[in-house]
Design a protein around this ligand. Structure first.
Ligand SMILES: Cc1ncc(COP(=O)(O)O)c(C=O)c1O
Length: 411
């Protein structure tokens, strides 16, 4: 493999043009990822790869921040979406595929007795909080420090632009894996607390990801049950990459509500809130809707996605690939005199170069991107079922070349 680096001139030119007509040019989480030497716009995608508008090919370790779980343009998923599209997508009535999809989720997800649908993960987390408030008659939300649940003002934190202090009046933040704090708050304020919302493990940006300690989730469940607090699992990011029946199954507990998004329809716009029978009345009472929420094609795509995930035992397959990738990358780093730390679950690895400054870590990531592996320095990565052994070898070769470039630049 040639050790050459990519040019991204067309991307840079288009970003300049974009800034004239779009605030910031690229916005939101895609804006955070913009790096001087990196790609900014894609031209096409297939399987585990995308090409930027300068026609550079990348092995994609971000998978669109999660949605591409079976790989881009998966034939069965696209066929299901296109076939539904040819019959009708957004129409004045709901489609039978909505009922089929709800049934698929009830069959697949252990804690699901029903499902409601939105578009983005934030639709399902906001709805989950409303359902919890309706079910308990209480108002406050306990969340984990730096836990991300979307962009609604209550989720962002009061210091963010455009958010006012009263937006998070009812949000109480505690540290991950801290059962004692949870218990203390519940003892003090349980009459006000509607829900505890958390991802199944701690996957914040810009620091190592942390798994639940032994007994943590059982402790959370028991406390919440005791104080009539609804347990909401935000499985928007990790959903279907740890366990197809819900990530909670891997950690041995049953929540009241689970939020899904991202991977549920392999990139077609869809999210879901599922819940237990005890939550069903409250879910019916809460007013939840959106112009596009009934679009049938993404629902058909989701049915095909869930079927395929099950058929190929996807979560175990991605876990196996992630374990092998982590082991190989740690070894490549060691051979080059660096300590690479891989944290989180194997299908969503967060990488950090230890014992060097953050600049060096980011430089290594940039060097990988410039040679064709799309990675981020401050975010967990995502494995898809499309990543092959050949990709693993190519990733390791590029990682090796990038370490060598790093050493040359820092000598
Ligand atoms: C854990 C988690 N919850 C909620 C969301 C919000 O999802 P969306 O961006 O689709 O609204 C995200 C998005 O990254 C997420 O990672």
């Amino acid at each position: 493999m040639k050790n050459t680096t990519y040019k991204v001139k067309k991307s840079d030119d288009l970003l300049k043009q974009a800034k004239e007509v779009i605030p910031g040019g690229i916005f939101g989480h895609y804006k955070y990822a913009v790096r001087d030497t990196g790609p900014k716009f894609f031209s096409r995608s297939e399987g585990a790869y995308f090409w930027d508008i300068d026609d550079n090919k990348y092995i994609d370790l971000m998978c669109a921040y999660g949605p591409s779980i079976l790989g881009y343009k998966h034939p069965e998923v696209e066929e299901a979406a296109n076939s539904q599209d040819s019959e009708g997508n957004t129409v004045s009535l709901a489609s039978p595929v909505m009922v089929d999809l709800a049934s698929s989720l009830v069959d697949l997800v252990d804690a699901a007795d029903w499902a409601l649908f939105g578009k983005n993960g934030g639709d399902s987390t906001s709805l989950a909080v409303m359902v919890a408030r309706q079910a308990t008659g209480k108002e406050k939300i306990i969340k984990i420090k730096d836990g991300y649940h979307g962009v609604a003002p209550w989720m962002q934190g009061k210091d963010r632009p455009g958010v006012i202090a009263s937006d998070d009046t009812h949000v109480i933040t505690i540290n991950w894996n801290d059962l004692a704090s949870l218990e203390n708050i519940l003892i003090e304020k349980s009459s006000e607390i509607a829900c505890f919302i958390s991802s199944p493990y701690d996957h914040p940006t810009s620091r190592d990801n942390v798994l639940p300690e032994e007994g943590y989730w059982q402790g959370v469940s028991n406390l919440c049950k005791k104080y009539n607090v609804i347990v909401i699992i935000d499985d928007v990011r990790a959903g279907f990459r740890i366990n197809l029946s819900g990530s909670n199954v891997a950690y041995g507990f049953t929540p009241d509500l689970i939020c899904f998004g991202k991977a549920i329809a392999n990139g077609h716009p869809l999210s879901a809130l599922v819940g237990t029978n005890a939550m069903k009345d409250a879910a019916e009472e809460v007013y939840f809707t959106g112009t596009q929420f009934f679009s049938a094609s993404p629902m058909a795509a989701a049915i095909a996605t869930l079927k395929e995930l099950k058929k190929i035992d996807a979560a175990n397959r991605m876990t196996d690939f992630g374990e092998r990738l982590n082991k190989s990358l740690v070894l490549v780093a060691k051979e080059n005199g660096y300590d690479l730390v891989a944290s989180g679950v194997p299908a969503m690895p967060y990488y950090r170069l230890d014992n060097v400054d953050t600049r060096t870590h980011f430089k290594w990531i940039d060097e990988c991107v410039r040679r064709g592996v799309y990675m981020l320095g401050y975010h967990n990565h995502f494995i898809s079922t499309c990543h092959s052994d050949e990709d693993l070898e190519a990733i390791c070769n590029i990682a090796r070349q990038s370490f060598e470039a790093l050493k040359e630049n820092t000598l």
